[in-house]
Design a protein around this ligand. Structure first.
Ligand code: NDP
Length: 310
């Protein structure tokens, strides 16, 4: 566990910068080692299939990164790119084929889907034991009921949890946590994970009254909203740990030229004046999300072969 007594970071800020990129690289190296051992000891290669439908440019980048990381970890990595106009039947047929492919242990369908496809039908078609995104109702139910021994936890909240635990330790007894956002892929599973580690959890959303006041009570803040720089420094309790899940593309002017850049949901510099630690965007939660997908795929391969998992 990293202690928060020694402040570090850039000159302007007081908070520790939680370096998701470095943490992800460390975890990825560990997964690569475990994958090599799995091959040597059991002749097993974890297989990840990524399905992308359509041409969404952001999704193309995410899928490319996932494939590249899977290959770097030593996985069997396949990508299925379907046309934008693919029918629900086409997509379900592919998922069925992957569900029955023994060389594939994890299946990820990149979201969002084109309008003609029903997201729930597609995500629920992935076999629960290959659902490395953790979106199947079986995995959600296991997480919510605290039965995570053979469950898959959604990658983004799982990555946030690793970052929080590295700073505060595993047991969050006595800590107040506020999650901003209640989506099924981030906010709700994040709250379940924090609750499981004994934090006292509040989930907030667009209908929450006096949100800054609620956030000011938090020792741990997780912002998953999609509104650039929404969380100001004056929302933060001194010494809080702040995790920024948001990815927002904004227009800025650099040397008189319009440019676009990524920013999170927190006003990073202002938050760092008050918080003990905070994640930057980019270089925070994003890289951890990808590496947790690899961790889930390795776990799926071990479970499929009756091997022990953490
Ligand atoms: P959703 O749009 O599904 O959910 C956003 C949540 O924010 C909703 O619960 C919404 O409330 C809440 N919200 C909206 N406006 C406000 C407001 N003014 N005050 C308080 N709450 C508000 O988004 P996701 O959960 O999918 O993603 C959130 C962000 O995280 C996005 O920027 C996304 O790009 C990013 N993301 C990043 C990932 C990564 O790997 N780093 C992975 C996944 C997402 P309500 O429910 O009432 O509408």
């Amino acid at each position: 566990m990293r202690r928060l007594t020694a402040k570090q970071g850039n000159d302007m800020s007081k908070a520790i910068r939680i370096d998701g990129k470095a943490m992800a690289a460390e975890l990825s190296a560990k997964i690569t080692e475990e994958t090599a051992a799995l091959l040597q000891d059991h002749g097993l290669v974890p297989g990840l299939a990524v399905v992308i439908i359509g041409e969404d440019p952001a999704s193309q980048v995410y899928v490319r990164n996932k494939k590249r990381t899977a290959e770097a970890c030593g996985f069997h990595s396949v990508q299925h790119s379907l046309a934008e106009e693919s029918s629900q039947e086409d997509v379900l047929a592919l998922i069925d084929q992957l569900n029955n492919d023994e060389s594939i242990h994890g299946i990820l369908v990149q979201l969002p889907l084109p309008d003609q496809l029903d997201e729930q039908t597609v995500t629920q078609a992935v076999a629960p034991h290959k659902d490395v995104d953790g979106f199947h109702f079986i995995n959600i139910g296991k997480l919510t009921s605290g039965n995570t021994a053979d469950a898959f936890v959604p990658c983004t909240p799982a990555g946030c949890m690793v970052m929080i635990e590295q700073h505060l330790g595993k047991d969050l007894s006595g800590k107040n946590a506020v999650v901003i956002g209640r989506s099924n892929i981030v906010g709700k599973p994040m709250a379940s994970l924090l609750l499981q580690e004994n934090a006292t959890v509040t989930i907030t959303h667009s209908r929450t009254k006096d949100l800054p006041d609620v956030v000011r009570q938090a020792d741990i803040v997780v912002a998953a909203v999609g509104r650039p720089n929404m969380v100001g420094g004056d929302w933060i309790k001194p010494g809080a740990v702040v995790i920024d899940v948001g990815i927002n593309r904004i227009e800025v002017t650099v040397d008189g030229e319009p440019k676009s850049k990524l920013t999170g949901d927190i006003d990073y510099d202002a938050v760092c004046e008050v918080a003990a630690a905070a994640t930057p965007v980019p270089g925070g939660v994003g890289p951890m999300t990808i590496v947790m997908l690899m961790s889930n795929t390795l776990r799926a391969a071990r479970l499929a072969s009756g091997l022990s998992v953490d």
